[in-house]
Write a protein that binds this ligand. Structure first.
Ligand code: GDP
Ligand code: GDP
Length: 436
């Protein structure tokens, strides 16, 4: 499980600019397929061989002017509770403001690595102005310019140093499927878990995981053995926190990173909303298996095509990764609870699936021969050979004479054919074209 770095600070100090630089803008803000702008305040990055997740807390601050300060205080407190490393961004142009002092006050009580980023230090002249930030009482600071990048490398070096080295062993020790039940507040996550494992959930032994705060709890239901992922940091604290979007995102990030299959619970009476989409995206982004559960199906008035239409609408929203099982359940009446878990186990198996090289070539090379990639600049692309890579999640390499000319639509075609012939339902797959 990678460390979570939270970026906190007042509005307009440059948090999101810094965030974008940190994640190297790898995440397209505009989704090339659907063409919609998606606000994403979460990303993954690596620096000096350390991988970590980054959250821009500013993206979650909502509300009118008067509740602004209160909101920021809440976000900072949550960031303190839920992340591993905190970057406190301040603005050299404004100097120390009363809000900065308050945030500093909160941070002074924290026993986690904290980095002060004095932003907008675009030139050497401003370096001197930054000195006043010693008065925050948080020790040394880094001067950066998120706009031109100066100083950000040094800050990242320091952050990466604070990120613990990834423990390789941790990854492979668990053979049972690890399921994370995620979703928006009130979608019915607890009800689903209760329906699944009954009321004895509180008395089963928790097996402490290898990481500091992760906990897997082992269950055996309907003949399936699996672990439900819980983490100390994400257990319910108070209803107030629970209701905050940011808090549920934090929970989801942690749980998803630690699972094999994310069980995304959606409230049928609300439909599949942008927050559901974000949680789905988190799972996809982390290359986890996904099952979508449409819960509270007992409350929905049904006509002949209600289910089909519901599913079609969701598929549109999660495109292009649509090869995902959608199960309509009621945690209340326990309708299709077995089906839900059976599906999650299937997705887990799909994610582990290995296709032999001969079988893969037999199937795919024929298809490719009949539908070769279109010639580019008068050059013909020849795909000679393909193989599944020995990675933990399904990844495939196709070897070609001119791999750089293979365009996205063709990659999607190949992916669809792979999915058609070998069941990878619920699993994100990655395809590379490489020089032969
Ligand atoms: P956030 O509200 O904290 O996320 O702040 P933004 O990242 O949206 O930035 C607020 C404004 O400050 C924008 O107009 C940015 O272009 C500007 N800004 C961000 N970083 C820098 C910087 O390093 N130098 C200067 N001069 N402006 C910056
Ligand atoms: P969580 O916040 O995602 O854990 O959601 P809860 O499990 O606490 O459920 C939120 C509310 O929805 C509670 O009042 C549940 O009783 C109700 N609820 C959950 N699942 C169902 C369902 O399948 N049908 C109906 N009618 N209500 C449900």
């Amino acid at each position: 499980m990678s460390s979570i770095v939270a970026i906190v600070g007042r509005p307009n100090v440059g948090k999101s600019t810094f965030f974008n630089r940190l994640i190297k803008r790898r995440e397209a803000i505009v989704d090339s397929v659907s063409g919609v702008t998606r606000d994403r305040h979460y990303g993954k990055t690596d620096w000096n061989g350390k991988e970590f997740s980054v959250i821009d807390t500013g993206g979650y601050v909502v509300g009118s002017e008067d509740i602004f300060e209160e909101e920021i205080r809440k976000q900072v407190q949550l960031a303190i509770d839920e992340s591993d490393i905190i970057v406190f961004v301040v603005d050299v142009e404004d100097g120390i403001t009363p809000m900065d002092k308050e945030v500093a006050q909160l941070l002074r009580q924290v026993d986690k690595p904290i980095f002060i980023a004095v932003n907008k230090v675009d030139n050497a002249m401003r370096v001197g102005d930054a000195v006043e930030f010693y008065n925050l009482g948080l020790g040394d600071y880094h001067t950066i310019s998120s706009i031109n990048g100066s100083g950000t490398g040094d800050l990242l070096d320091a952050i990466a140093e604070a990120v613990p080295a990834q423990n390789e062993e941790e990854v492979e020790t668990e053979e049972l499927p690890r399921f994370a039940v995620v979703g928006r507040p009130n979608a019915g996550k607890s009800s689903f878990i209760n329906a699944l494992i009954g009321e004895d959930r509180n008395i089963v032994t928790n097996i402490a995981g290898t990481t500091r705060d992760s906990i897997d709890t082992k269950y055996n239901r309907f003949g399936f053995e699996f672990n439900l992922v819980d983490t100390a940091g994400i257990r319910k604290k108070s209803k107030v926190k629970e209701d905050l979007e940011f808090y549920s995102v934090m929970r989801a990030v942690r749980a998803i990173e630690h699972c094999d299959v994310a069980i995304v619970v959606v409230d049928a009476t609300r439909g599949f909303e942008s927050q559901d989409q974000n949680i789905f995206w988190l799972a996809e982004k982390n290359k986890k298996g996904v099952v979508v559960l449409i819960n509270k199906w007992d409350l929905v008035e049904k006509e002949t095509n209600t289910m089909r239409d519901f599913e079609a609408k969701i598929k549109k929203q999660i495109a292009p990764f649509t090869d995902v099982p959608v199960v309509f359940i009621s945690a209340l009446t326990k309708q299709r609870i077995f089906k839900a878990i059976e599906t999650a186990v299937e997705v887990f198996e799909n994610r582990k699936k290995r296709i032999s090289t001969s079988k893969l070539n037999d199937t795919m090379l024929d298809i490719i021969k009949q539908n070769p990639p279109p010639a580019t600049k008068g050059k013909y692309i020849k795909i000679k050979f393909c193989t599944q890579l020995p990675t933990r999640t399904p990844q495939f390499a196709f070897f070609a004479n001119l791999p750089q000319y293979v365009k996205d639509p063709y990659k999607r075609f190949v992916e669809n054919k792979l999915r058609e012939h070998f069941d990878f339902t619920g699993v994100p797959i990655t395809i590379y074209f490489r020089p032969k």
